[in-house]
Design a protein around this ligand. Structure first.
Ligand code: COA
Length: 159
Protein backbone atom coordinates (compact mmCIF):
# COMPACT_ATOMS: atom_id res chain seq x y z
CA UNK A 1 0.00 0.00 0.00
CA UNK A 2 2.79 2.45 0.92
CA UNK A 3 5.34 1.16 -1.59
CA UNK A 4 4.10 3.71 -4.10
CA UNK A 5 5.48 6.58 -2.00
CA UNK A 6 8.85 7.12 -3.61
CA UNK A 7 9.14 10.87 -3.19
CA UNK A 8 10.12 11.66 0.42
CA UNK A 9 8.89 15.22 -0.03
CA UNK A 10 5.33 13.81 -0.05
CA UNK A 11 5.81 12.79 3.58
CA UNK A 12 5.56 15.59 6.07
CA UNK A 13 6.08 15.65 9.82
CA UNK A 14 3.25 17.51 11.57
CA UNK A 15 1.34 17.59 14.83
CA UNK A 16 -1.29 14.89 15.30
CA UNK A 17 -4.92 16.04 15.04
CA UNK A 18 -8.05 14.43 16.48
CA UNK A 19 -9.10 13.70 12.88
CA UNK A 20 -5.99 11.49 12.46
CA UNK A 21 -6.96 9.18 15.28
CA UNK A 22 -8.91 6.55 13.34
CA UNK A 23 -5.85 5.88 11.19
CA UNK A 24 -3.42 6.20 14.09
CA UNK A 25 -5.36 3.69 16.18
CA UNK A 26 -5.57 1.32 13.21
CA UNK A 27 -1.76 1.47 12.92
CA UNK A 28 -1.48 0.75 16.66
CA UNK A 29 -3.86 -2.19 16.44
CA UNK A 30 -1.88 -3.93 13.71
CA UNK A 31 1.43 -3.18 15.46
CA UNK A 32 0.99 -3.88 19.17
CA UNK A 33 -0.55 -6.69 21.23
CA UNK A 34 -1.83 -3.99 23.65
CA UNK A 35 -2.62 -1.01 21.43
CA UNK A 36 -3.55 2.40 22.75
CA UNK A 37 -7.17 3.40 22.26
CA UNK A 38 -8.50 6.59 20.71
CA UNK A 39 -9.31 7.82 24.20
CA UNK A 40 -5.67 7.50 25.32
CA UNK A 41 -4.51 9.54 22.32
CA UNK A 42 -7.20 12.15 22.99
CA UNK A 43 -5.96 12.40 26.59
CA UNK A 44 -2.40 12.89 25.31
CA UNK A 45 -3.55 15.65 22.95
CA UNK A 46 -5.52 17.35 25.73
CA UNK A 47 -2.57 17.08 28.11
CA UNK A 48 -0.40 18.94 25.61
CA UNK A 49 2.02 16.08 25.02
CA UNK A 50 4.12 16.11 21.89
CA UNK A 51 1.93 14.07 19.51
CA UNK A 52 3.29 13.91 15.96
CA UNK A 53 2.70 12.03 12.72
CA UNK A 54 4.56 11.42 9.49
CA UNK A 55 1.84 11.73 6.90
CA UNK A 56 1.00 12.14 3.25
CA UNK A 57 -2.16 13.92 2.20
CA UNK A 58 -4.33 10.92 3.07
CA UNK A 59 -2.14 8.42 4.95
CA UNK A 60 -0.48 8.19 8.33
CA UNK A 61 2.84 6.37 8.02
CA UNK A 62 4.11 6.80 11.56
CA UNK A 63 3.15 8.36 14.87
CA UNK A 64 4.92 9.17 18.09
CA UNK A 65 4.06 10.65 21.48
CA UNK A 66 6.46 12.16 24.01
CA UNK A 67 5.90 13.94 27.29
CA UNK A 68 8.38 16.43 28.72
CA UNK A 69 8.48 18.09 32.13
CA UNK A 70 11.02 19.30 34.68
CA UNK A 71 14.03 18.49 32.55
CA UNK A 72 12.99 14.93 31.67
CA UNK A 73 11.16 13.49 28.72
CA UNK A 74 9.46 10.13 28.15
CA UNK A 75 8.87 8.54 24.81
CA UNK A 76 5.41 7.02 25.26
CA UNK A 77 4.78 5.44 21.88
CA UNK A 78 6.48 5.22 18.50
CA UNK A 79 4.93 3.27 15.67
CA UNK A 80 5.43 2.88 11.93
CA UNK A 81 2.75 1.27 9.76
CA UNK A 82 3.94 -2.28 8.86
CA UNK A 83 3.91 -1.45 5.13
CA UNK A 84 6.16 1.57 5.70
CA UNK A 85 8.83 -0.04 7.89
CA UNK A 86 12.57 -0.08 7.14
CA UNK A 87 12.35 3.15 5.19
CA UNK A 88 13.82 5.32 7.98
CA UNK A 89 10.46 6.74 9.10
CA UNK A 90 10.96 5.34 12.62
CA UNK A 91 14.35 7.02 12.90
CA UNK A 92 12.99 10.27 11.44
CA UNK A 93 10.14 10.35 13.96
CA UNK A 94 12.41 9.47 16.89
CA UNK A 95 14.92 12.19 15.97
CA UNK A 96 12.11 14.71 15.63
CA UNK A 97 10.66 13.85 19.05
CA UNK A 98 14.10 14.11 20.67
CA UNK A 99 14.55 17.52 19.05
CA UNK A 100 11.19 18.60 20.51
CA UNK A 101 12.25 17.28 23.92
CA UNK A 102 15.42 19.41 23.77
CA UNK A 103 13.40 22.43 22.71
CA UNK A 104 11.23 21.93 25.81
CA UNK A 105 14.31 21.90 28.05
CA UNK A 106 14.64 18.18 28.68
CA UNK A 107 18.17 16.90 29.19
CA UNK A 108 17.22 13.20 29.24
CA UNK A 109 14.75 10.94 27.47
CA UNK A 110 13.46 7.68 28.97
CA UNK A 111 11.47 4.89 27.39
CA UNK A 112 10.40 1.30 27.95
CA UNK A 113 10.89 -1.44 25.38
CA UNK A 114 10.32 -5.18 25.29
CA UNK A 115 13.56 -7.23 25.35
CA UNK A 116 12.04 -9.24 22.46
CA UNK A 117 11.58 -6.12 20.30
CA UNK A 118 14.85 -6.30 18.43
CA UNK A 119 14.00 -3.75 15.74
CA UNK A 120 13.01 -1.08 18.27
CA UNK A 121 16.01 -1.81 20.53
CA UNK A 122 18.33 -1.56 17.55
CA UNK A 123 16.79 1.77 16.54
CA UNK A 124 17.10 3.17 20.09
CA UNK A 125 20.68 1.99 20.59
CA UNK A 126 21.64 3.52 17.23
CA UNK A 127 20.36 6.89 18.52
CA UNK A 128 22.40 6.76 21.73
CA UNK A 129 19.99 5.13 24.18
CA UNK A 130 21.49 2.83 26.83
CA UNK A 131 19.83 0.46 29.28
CA UNK A 132 19.46 1.96 32.76
CA UNK A 133 17.06 -0.51 34.38
CA UNK A 134 14.20 -2.93 33.95
CA UNK A 135 10.65 -3.34 35.16
CA UNK A 136 9.66 -6.90 36.04
CA UNK A 137 6.44 -8.16 34.41
CA UNK A 138 5.68 -4.70 33.02
CA UNK A 139 3.71 -5.71 29.92
CA UNK A 140 0.24 -7.27 30.23
CA UNK A 141 -0.02 -10.97 29.36
CA UNK A 142 -1.47 -11.75 25.96
CA UNK A 143 -4.85 -13.46 25.77
CA UNK A 144 -4.53 -17.13 26.73
CA UNK A 145 -1.15 -16.64 28.43
CA UNK A 146 0.01 -15.73 31.93
CA UNK A 147 3.48 -14.64 30.79
CA UNK A 148 4.14 -10.95 31.45
CA UNK A 149 7.20 -9.70 29.63
CA UNK A 150 9.67 -7.45 31.46
CA UNK A 151 10.44 -3.99 30.15
CA UNK A 152 13.91 -2.63 29.60
CA UNK A 153 14.23 1.00 30.65
CA UNK A 154 16.44 2.94 28.27
CA UNK A 155 17.65 6.49 28.54
CA UNK A 156 19.46 8.92 26.32
CA UNK A 157 21.24 12.16 27.20
CA UNK A 158 19.96 15.12 25.18
CA UNK A 159 22.81 17.45 26.19
C1 COA B 1 10.52 -0.16 15.74
C2 COA B 1 9.99 0.63 14.56
C3 COA B 1 9.43 1.96 15.08
C4 COA B 1 11.16 0.91 13.60
O1 COA B 1 10.67 1.75 12.55
P1 COA B 1 11.26 1.64 11.06
O2 COA B 1 10.75 2.80 10.31
O3 COA B 1 10.97 0.30 10.49
O4 COA B 1 12.81 1.76 11.31
P2 COA B 1 13.88 2.53 10.39
O5 COA B 1 13.70 2.16 8.97
O6 COA B 1 13.86 3.97 10.73
O7 COA B 1 15.22 1.85 10.90
C5 COA B 1 16.03 2.48 11.88
C6 COA B 1 16.88 1.42 12.57
O8 COA B 1 16.03 0.57 13.34
C7 COA B 1 16.58 -0.75 13.33
N1 COA B 1 15.63 -1.66 12.71
C8 COA B 1 14.44 -1.33 12.16
N2 COA B 1 13.81 -2.44 11.74
C9 COA B 1 14.61 -3.49 12.04
C10 COA B 1 14.50 -4.90 11.87
N3 COA B 1 13.43 -5.46 11.28
N4 COA B 1 15.50 -5.67 12.33
C11 COA B 1 16.59 -5.12 12.91
N5 COA B 1 16.76 -3.79 13.09
C12 COA B 1 15.78 -2.99 12.66
C13 COA B 1 17.88 -0.68 12.56
O9 COA B 1 18.91 -0.35 13.48
C14 COA B 1 17.63 0.50 11.64
O10 COA B 1 18.81 1.12 11.23
P3 COA B 1 19.47 0.72 9.80
O11 COA B 1 18.38 0.90 8.78
O12 COA B 1 20.59 1.70 9.65
O13 COA B 1 19.88 -0.72 9.91
C15 COA B 1 8.92 -0.18 13.78
O14 COA B 1 9.43 -1.46 13.51
C16 COA B 1 7.60 -0.33 14.52
O15 COA B 1 6.73 0.55 14.44
N6 COA B 1 7.40 -1.47 15.24
C17 COA B 1 6.12 -1.75 15.91
C18 COA B 1 5.87 -0.80 17.06
C19 COA B 1 7.01 -0.83 18.05
O16 COA B 1 7.50 -1.88 18.43
N7 COA B 1 7.41 0.39 18.49
C20 COA B 1 8.44 0.56 19.49
C21 COA B 1 7.87 0.36 20.85
S1 COA B 1 9.09 0.59 22.13
Amino acid sequence: MFQTITDPSQVICRRMRPSDLDLVVRNEEISYPNPWSKRVFLDCLRAGYECWVLATRDRILAHGVLSAAVGESHLLTLCVHPDARRKSYGRRMLKHLLKEARRLGADTCFLEVRPSNESARSLYYSQGFVQVGERRGYYPAETGSTFREDALILSCSLL
